[in-house]
Design a protein around this ligand. Structure first.
Ligand code: AMP
Length: 193
């Protein structure tokens, strides 16, 4: 099994690249953002609490996310080729929890960081907002989400770097170019696992 943590700021292309990786390598895709939006769509009390946090561009508390990941990993079919974690982990406790869970099943994950200039991130998210209908794709919330990323999420790259499990790609290029960079890493690193 080969697991990838697709890392990067909002608008760095994690969702798009995840789809391309799924098609080429047959990995499963877990987007915690999608799981949370699905909970919101049920109209539940929990969904309402999550909606308030996401709409403001804040992270959902770690405890709410832990259960999602735990359940996902426990239910992975034996024949699964691996997972792309998209939008998880986003905090250091989430990263530590993921390492522990993967270890339990004798697995690990490689972090691939999509590095994109801030102006381009904002431009992409504004464009996406015109069609996504996402409440968090507006300029004020976008700026806040990027600040939250720098403050709470970006530092965990060091956690993976220290483990020799971190690879950066230049995400400013076209999606095909970025995908080629990712494929080179996947093909090299998956041979080692
Ligand atoms: P995304 O679809 O990955 O852009 O996530 C949208 C929003 O969902 C984020 O801005 C957070 O509010 C929330 N979210 C998604 N994944 C996580 C996570 N791992 N931890 C905390 N909040 C999350």
């Amino acid at each position: 099994m080969y697991n990838i943590i697709l890392f990067g700021a909002p608008g760095s292309g994690k969702g798009t690249q995840s789809q391309m990786i799924v098609e080429k390598y047959g990995l499963k895709h877990l987007s915690t953002g999608d799981v949370l939006r699905a909970e919101i769509a049920t109209g539940s009390e929990l969904g309402k609490q999550i909606d308030a946090l996401i709409s403001e561009g804040n992270l959902v508390p770690d405890d709410m996310i832990f259960g999602v990941i735990e359940k996902y990993i426990a239910q992975l079919p034996k024949h699964c080729k691996g997972t792309i974690f998209d939008g998880y982990p986003r905090t250091l406790p989430q990263a530590v929890a993921l390492t522990g869970l993967l270890k339990k099943y004798n697995m690990k994950a490689t972090m691939i960081d999509l590095m994109v200039d801030e102006q381009l991130l904002i431009q992409r998210l504004i464009e996406r907002g015109k069609v996504s209908g996402r409440a968090d794709d507006n300029l004020n919330t976008i700026r806040h989400r990027i600040a939250v990323y720098h403050d709470q999420t970006e530092p965990i790259a060091h956690y993976y770097l220290r483990q020799g499990n971190y690879f950066a790609v230049n995400g400013n290029y076209s999606m095909e170019d970025v995908f080629m960079q990712i494929c080179r890493i996947v093909e090299r690193e998956s041979k080692k696992s």
